[in-house]
Ligand binder design. Sequence first.
Ligand code: MSP
Length: 472
Amino acid sequence: MKYYITTPIYYVNDRPHAGHAYTTVAADVLARWQKQKGRDIFFETGVDEHGAKIAEAAKKAGLEPRDFCDEKARDFQNAWKLLNIDYSAFIRTTDKNHEKSVQKTLEILNNKGFIYKSEYEGLYCVGCEQYKSLDDLVDGKCLDHQKEPEKMKEESYFFKLSAFGDILKQKIYSGEFKIEPEARRNEVLSFLESGLKDISISRKNVAWGVPLPFDKEHTVYVWVDAFLNYLTVLGWNPDDQSDNFKKFWPPDLQIMAKDILRVHATIWPGILLALDLPLPQRFFAHGFFTINGQKMSKSLGNVIWPEELVQKFGADASRYLLLSSTPFGQDGDISWEKMMEKYNADLANGLGNLLSRVLNLIEKNFDGRIKAEKSDLEISGFMENLQLFEALQVIKEKINWANKYIDETKIWELVKNDKPKAEKILAELLGAILKIGESLKPFMPETGRKIVETASVEKIKKGEILFPRIEN
Ligand code: MSP
């Protein structure tokens, strides 16, 4: 069985921050989980490099767009390496194959009669790279970017998105195209109820983009360019479906945050329907992070960078801290203080203590030889439902149970005056540790592997301290 999972491709106007890391780590955990279950995985991530937003950022940095993108794409790749992200492919929309396929796709959409020329007049938010209706604005400003959108009037090509509203609604209602969580699905449906409009899919005054094949004065609208990555990353183009496409299409799960759900749930499936391609199976839109209650932003100086996270906590603990901060799907708040507290409580004291106490007792009193008893710890249900927070919660409860068991049975006394009983309890604890290690593998790959390795050898040794306490 195959499993195709995607993250959004992130804009390269800046390097990645903890918000991007959250989505990417979540996708990595789910990909690893499915792989552990024996599925054949394709895990896509990458960067979105064209459009006015990137061109402006490059100009500000005093670089050619291409050099600027090279630099930023590398920053994303480095960050994902630090966080131990095991993607199958990292796509850049400036990849030649991608650009060629985008052009061919537009040619086809045009030949099929889904594209027409007209004039666009309205508002455009460069931060979102999206057209805005008055309903989208508060006090005349885009909520996400706190900026007034630009008035725009230009010749433009349009895509007949309005043709697909009803069929999309029907596919969402029938569950053929799943959108989660429920509340987000309902938002999409009520947006569709108000009727889909045709959308402008070309820009005349944005040079940094893929030229429209049938009118070189225009470039392809950056969202259309970006959506197609989910196909081209598989080696797909309209003339040659590619082996990876045949094997992995359609996506089993597309993860993003709520900010970009609406475009994903309208324009993207619209394009697929126009191309006669099957729709993704499932979308999941998670919430947005704030830092200490404030929007993460460079101007506020409160951005948390993945490099800093990994430097302070290590890759595995960073992954754990991100995913255990908030139920997947809800908005959340993170801060250095909260993360430090959680690190010390859950990892240094909780998991770290459990390992060192149990392994130490086994090494000292039983010459390292104890046969583990079977233990149960079930996270599958949560993992299938994408309840990553809850899955981690269950693992944490098991750790707490084990630490409490040690305290209550005063096992350090039992090893002296009731060895058979101590042996029995340590066998149970060792079994629990093995199960905890196994369950942690998708979340904390190195930690999970080390725990299972250390706890399953014939002659157990105390081993290294995995999570030293961090003082402020
Ligand atoms: N380039 C488009 C996506 C095109 S996909 C075909 C884009 N890029 S982005 O860089 O703005 O990334 C948005 C995504 O980054 C969000 O949907 C989410 O996955 C992640 N996040 C960015 N900031 C975040 C938070 N503060 N909190 C949680 N996730 C965040 O949109």
